[in-house]
Each structure stands twice: as C-alpha cells, then as structure tokens.
Design a protein around this ligand. Structure first.
Ligand code: GLC
Length: 741
C-alpha cells in the first residue's frame, strides 16, 4: 500500500476514534505525533509557508510556483481565495501531495463577508456587545460556507491617533471596551467551537501595539514602557486569547526596537508563556522578511532564524521559512524542537477544524448559495448600522424629519455604494446590493419627495456642481448633505496628516447654508475628522461612518425617527491635528488646565487652542433626554475580596423612546504611580420609554481599582477613589467616593 493510503487510513481511523471520545478530551496529540513522524523537513517547513492567490493585500511577493508548492506538500495555507469552487480545486491539489495534508484558507473578513456590517470603529460606537458578537457570527456563517476556515480578525489595536488609517478597523481608544469587543468578536467568529462547520478560526491582530505607531504613520515604530503596554495595549489581546482565539498575527511595527515578528518577549514570554496560548502565530504580510529593512536581520535566512526562534509559526508571503528553514535546522541554528512545535500548532488547528476528517467540509456550493443571500443577515446588518450612528448635534430638533417633507439630498457620497462598505470590506465585482443613502431615503420618504445633486467630488477642486446643488436646495424644505472621506482614504497605508474634509466639500456646505434652508450633515468617515466649521455652524450632524450593506436603510431609519440614535463615540475627536494624541483617560499632570480656553497661564495645554477634544470619548446624543439621579453606594469602604454596589436612577425625560449608555468611570486619586483622571470600568446600555425610569446598578470589586505598579505587579492600593457615572467621559452626572482599605 502507498504511504499516503496508509497515512489516510490511519488518520481516518484515529479521527473517528477521536470524535468518539471528543466529548472528553478533544485531543489530537497522538495523530499529530504520527503525522509529524512521517514528515520530511521540506514538508514540515512547508506547513509554515503561506501565500496569497487571486489577489494581493500587500506589496508584491517573491516569485515562486505556488501551485507546484501546494502539489508538493510545501504549503500550509493560502490566503485571499474565496468561493467554494476555487477552494475545492486548491484543496484537491494539496491532497495530491505525498501526505495529502489539507490547506487552511484565510481571508480578511473584518466586518462581514458578503453581508457587510459597519466598519469595526462604527460598530464599537453601538456599545452593543451582543450585536457585535452576532455580526461576527454572521460573517463566519457566510465565510465558512464559501470555503474559508480562517479570518484575519478581530483587529484589537487600541488607537489614540486619528491620523492612522487603521483606526477604522478597531474599537477605538479604550482598553475596557476594546477588551469586551475583542472577546465578543472571537466568540462570534468561532461560534460553537472548532469542528462546527460554520466556525472560522479567529486571528487576533496586530500583535502588538501597532496602533501607537509614531505620528500615526502606518508600519512605523512604537516606543512605550512595558507598563503602558500591559495596562493599555495588551488587555484586548489577552481577552481574545482567554476567549479561545485560534491564532494571532504579528504586527509590522518594531516595539522598543524589536520588530514584533522577531519578539520572543511578545510571543514566547507573554503570549505562549504567561497566557499559555496553544494556537499558532502567523506573520503579517512579509513582516518576517521586512526585518531586513528594519535593520534587524542581515538577510532572509537570518530573518527566518530570528522569527522562528522568537515564536512566529507561519510566514505569510515572506518565503523566508520556505527557502531557509531546512538548512537552518540541518545546521542546528534552529532546533528541530522549535520547528516541530510550530508544525504541531498548525496541524492541531487543522485537526480541530475537521480538515483531516473531511478536507472539503467548507466547500458546499448549496450551503454557500443559501448563506450568502440570507435576509436575516441583512436585517442584522441594518440593526447594527442603526446602532452605530452617532448623533453629534440636533439643534432646534430638526431631526427626525416629518414624512412628506421635500428633501434635497446633496453630496459626493449620497449615491455611492462602494464607499458605504468602508475599508477592509471583502472585494466583490458587483456591489449593487449595497443600499446607498439615496436609495434608503427614497424608499423611506418616497421618490416624489427626494431631490438629488452631487454638488462636488470628494477630493477634486471643481465647484461646477454648486449651482445645481443650490438650486435644488432652494426647491426643498430641508437639505441632507452627505460629505466626508472616500473609503480609499482610510484603512491600511492610508495615514493622513490633514484630517479636514477633503476637496471643496466644506465650501459646498457653506453655499448650501447660505440658502437659509435647514441642513442635516451626514459625516462619512473611517476615523475622527477635523470639521470645525461644519461642527460649529451646521445645526444637525450625524456621524455615519461607513455602515455597510444596509447603510441607506439604517440612515433613513434614524432620519425618519423609526430608530432613535443611541451611538456613543469610542474615540476622542481632536480639534486639529496638533492636538493628537488626545484621549480621555489622561493623567492630571502637576499643572492641569483649569479653564477650557487657549491660555498661557503656566498650565498644560496650548496658547492657541482649547484643551478639550472637539467631541469626547463616550459622547453621543439622542432624540430624547435622560436624567441621572439618586446615586447610592452600598458602602463607602471596600476591602480585599469585597464587592460594593453603586446604583442610580436614569429617567427618559423626553418625548421619544430611546437607549442610553450609562458609563461608570473610576479615578484612583492618589497612588504609587500617577493614575488617569478617569477610566471606563463598566457601562450599561438601557432602553427607556418616554417618561420611564430605571434603576441601574454596577458592582465594584478590587479588580476595577487595580493597576500595574512600578514593579509591574497588578495591585490595588489603599486610598480614595472617585466614582463617576456619566452620559460621556466629559458629562459626569452623578459622583460618589469609595475607600479601599
Ligand atoms: C495586510 C494587513 C493584515 C491582513 C494581511 C492579509 O497587510 O496588515 O491586517 O490581515 O495583510 O491580508
């Protein structure tokens, strides 16, 4: 019998054996040992090699015959292939190799597969953890029906710099909220667990601290204390690991001079050591090879040695492992144990995903057809999109609009379908199923009540369209102006030094405002923009981000009042680029600014700018209003192991039913290290009918008071803590004091 037949027979029998005992142990270690024992060095290094086919999400890769590598068993995974037919064909090729080890297929399913959800930064503004998990679950159901078993998500990078284009991919600036969202997304993607046919492996990225790149310049250096790393940037990664994430991805940046792809501190000490992570780590696109331009590796052979020994298990598009590991092991520069550990981690996931048992389990075209056009998925996308919209201003209560009003919809993004998908949307030839803002408003308000003019482009300088725009504005009762960035202006490799509204769009706003018509502005962006004139002069503003497939319907739901906006910003909006980085959980300093004015009074701040952000973390309005009262603390003293309850009453004092995100912030007033003015430690999103009151209760234990001290010990020190409950980080409505003894 041929080796392969024996091998397959053994794998089949042992997998059946495993499945029968799966409920107890879910261990495949014996099968992995057996496969390892049959593998040549080339085959082992092949498992650590990943390439992209069909399209590239990074710079060109070294030339190589990728299909031959697959056929010769020198490939572990392929990325950027979608569709059960294409995946099946490549899997069939892989099974022709000597041992027929199946491939893993990965893709950036960041915020939806065929049904596109809002960009993650928008989703985070919903503060609805369940809805965020559901969005990831739906993405997994669709992707896994299309041949994929691995998504390069969630991106969990904390970001405090709006110049960085990838701020759109994460959950904003806060560690507590970012950690909850990281875990929710992992659970959504992985569902009932590996082995269920609608689960995909999550990939937590970019490990680590990529969001702190100097100047907001993508791929750039990060320099920070280990304390800041552990307190602010690592917790979302840890939360994802504790949620059972299957894989992690290296980041491009160097951290304190060591490229993440070569950092044994990050990979072996923390992730695989302290957190006991048993999945595998894939590099980012050629990030192992890029240790050469980093000046950390002489050549790709040294890059391979440094990366493998530091704990990076799979080389995405770098060809460093494929071309060098055999020689490095033969010469003893990389131990066979380290190589086998990386192979073992990858094989373990292939077994757990059921790929040995059935390599084609993710390539069922009938399941694919059903999953990709599921109306329930579109409904969930519309719900998430509505919840992601943030009401920035609504002076004179212009919103919600009354039915029957003549509306002029103006702006370069009003009819765009592509732009509604935002950055890192899965690429499709046809996006006509995306509901544009024009379509959504037309459906909701009627063709006869909707006028349209483009007005101008996103970033060109022509004002030729202004006349037509002004004309239809004068014919309407109200104007909706849809302005902002194009989707290509944010995401990867899209850092901006100027965060203003591009082109002549602001001039268009001014021209429309000059008509005297009431105006609603929709801000389309993947990041905080600097839009001071609009913010100061336009009475009604919605931040609509990039809301995905159901963008137009969701915006119509909010504008019509069918849904009362409930979103809250998860990132501070700077007044200008000079104010960056700006974030709510800052230290007080020895000379805190006492007045929010430009000042030269020997206090921190600027002489030419207010100190506060334009819009603070946690901010978002509603069509109704909420009153906070009657705060009560079960005890003003907390001791080790104890729990204190803080409760208050929240009342809907307006005319609309609505939802409010009640936020709990805590400040450690005096400690062995200076502590932030406030830190988000809990929140509750509650629904209240007009006139309804609810009691909201938070539990505080010592974990909510803890921090890393100078020795990097996670401690809670005795002393006074301010307890603050607010509608945003800058709108504290109720306060109390707690003493930890
Ligand atoms: C890109 C991105 C990463 C993505 C990978 C594969 O360069 O940095 O987030 O998952 O390549 O597309």
């Amino acid at each position: 019998m041929k080796t392969k037949t024996i091998f397959h027979l053994f794998i089949l029998l042992s997998s059946i054996f495993t499945i029968t005992i799966q409920s107890q142990t879910k261990s495949y270690e014996k099968q992995i040992d057996s496969v390892l024992s049959l593998m040549t060095l080339e085959e082992k290094t092949g498992q650590l090699h990943q390439v992209s086919l069909y399209w590239a999400t990074g710079p060109e890769s070294p030339e190589g015959d990728k299909l031959r590598d697959i056929k010769e068993g020198r490939m572990g995974s392929v990325l950027n292939v979608k569709g059960s037919d294409k995946v099946r064909a490549l899997q069939e090729l892989a099974l022709k190799s000597r041992l027929g080890i199946p491939l893993l297929f990965g893709l950036d399913v960041i915020h939806g597969y065929k049904t596109t959800f809002p960009i993650p930064l928008a989703e985070s503004a919903s503060w609805d953890i369940e809805a965020i998990e559901l969005a990831a679950r739906i993405a997994a159901i669709e992707a896994s029906a299309s041949g994929l078993n691995w998504t390069f998500a969630p991106m969990v990078d904390i970001a405090r710099d709006a110049r960085w284009g990838r701020i759109m991919e994460g959950a904003g600036e806060d560690t507590y909220l970012g950690s909850l969202i990281a875990a929710a997304r992992v659970k959504g993607f992985q569902g009932k667990g590996f082995g269920s046919v609608d689960a995909v492996m999550a990939c937590v990225k970019h490990y680590a601290a990529y969001g702190a790149a100097v100047g907001g310049r993508d791929y750039n250096s990060v320099d920070m204390s280990e304390r800041t790393l552990r307190e602010i940037y690592l917790p979302p990664f840890k939360a994802a690991a504790m949620a059972g994430a299957a894989t992690f991805m290296n980041s491009f940046n160097d951290l304190n001079g060591v490229p993440a792809s070569g950092s044994s501190f990050l990979m072996r000490k923390i992730l695989k050591g302290e957190w006991n992570f048993n999945g595998f780590i894939v590099s980012d696109w050629a990030s192992i090879r890029e240790m050469i331009p980093h000046g950390f590796a002489e050549d790709d052979r040294e890059a391979a040695k440094l990366a493998l020994n530091a704990g990076s298990d799979m080389d995405m598009e770098g060809y460093c492992y494929r071309n060098n590991l055999k020689d490095l092991v033969e010469k003893g520069e990389v131990s066979l144990a380290n190589l086998d550990d990386a192979v073992r981690r990858i094989l373990r996931k292939k077994f757990e995903m059921g790929l040995f048992e059935d390599p084609f389990r993710f390539t069922d075209p009938i399941r694919e057809e059903k999953a990709l056009n599921n109306p329930e998925h579109r409904k969930a996308a519309r719900d998430m999109a509505r919840k992601s919209i943030v009401l920035i201003k609504n002076e004179a209560d212009l919103l919600p609009l009354k039915k029957g009003q003549k509306i002029a919809l103006i702006g370069p993004l009003a009819k765009s379908e592509d732009d509604m998908l935002g950055g890192w949307a899965v690429g499709w030839d046809d996006n006509s199923d995306v509901v544009s803002q024009f379509e959504g408003l037309e459906i909701r308000f009627g063709k006869e009540n909707l006028l349209y003019a483009k007005g101008c482009g996103v970033s060109d300088s022509s004002k030729d369209g202004f006349e037509e725009a002004v004309k239809i504005a004068n014919e309407a009762e109200v104007v909706i102006l849809s302005i902002g960035e194009s989707r290509s202006m944010n995401g990867e490799a899209a850092s901006r030094s100027n965060l203003g509204i591009p082109g002549v769009q602001e001039d268009l706003v001014k021209a429309i405002m000059a008509t005297g018509k009431p105006v609603v502005v929709l801000m389309n962006a993947g990041r905080p923009l600097v839009f001071n004139w609009v913010a100061d002069n336009v009475p009604t503003i919605l931040y609509t981000w990039w809301l995905g497939s159901e963008a137009g319907n969701a915006i119509a739901d909010v504008i019509s009042g069918d849904y009362n906006p409930s979103g809250k910003l998860t990132v501070s909006f700077p007044r200008n680029e000079g104010q960056i980085p700006i974030y709510y959980n800052h230290f007080n300093t020895g000379r805190p600014s006492l007045k929010d004015i430009p000042s030269k009074d020997f206090r921190t701040g600027y002489i030419d700018l207010k100190q506060s952000p334009k819009f603070p973390f946690g901010f978002g309005l509603s069509y109704t209003t909420f009153d906070y009262s009657d705060i009560n603390i079960s005890s003003d003293k907390l001791s080790k192991g104890g729990v204190v309850e803080v409760s208050l009453t929240v009342k809907n004092t307006g005319d609309f039913d609505g939802e409010e995100v009640v936020q709990l912030y805590i400040r450690d007033c005096v400690a062995s290290l200076v502590r932030p003015m406030k830190e988000l430690k809990d929140f509750k999103k509650i629904a209240l009918k007009s006139g309804e009151s609810k009691k909201v209760t938070f539990k505080i234990d010592e974990q909510k008071l803890a921090f890393y001290n100078e020795k990097l010990e996670w401690v809670t020190e005795p002393g006074k803590f301010d307890i603050m409950i607010g509608s945003s980080s800058a709108d504290i409505r109720q306060q109390s004091v707690l003493y930890f003894e």
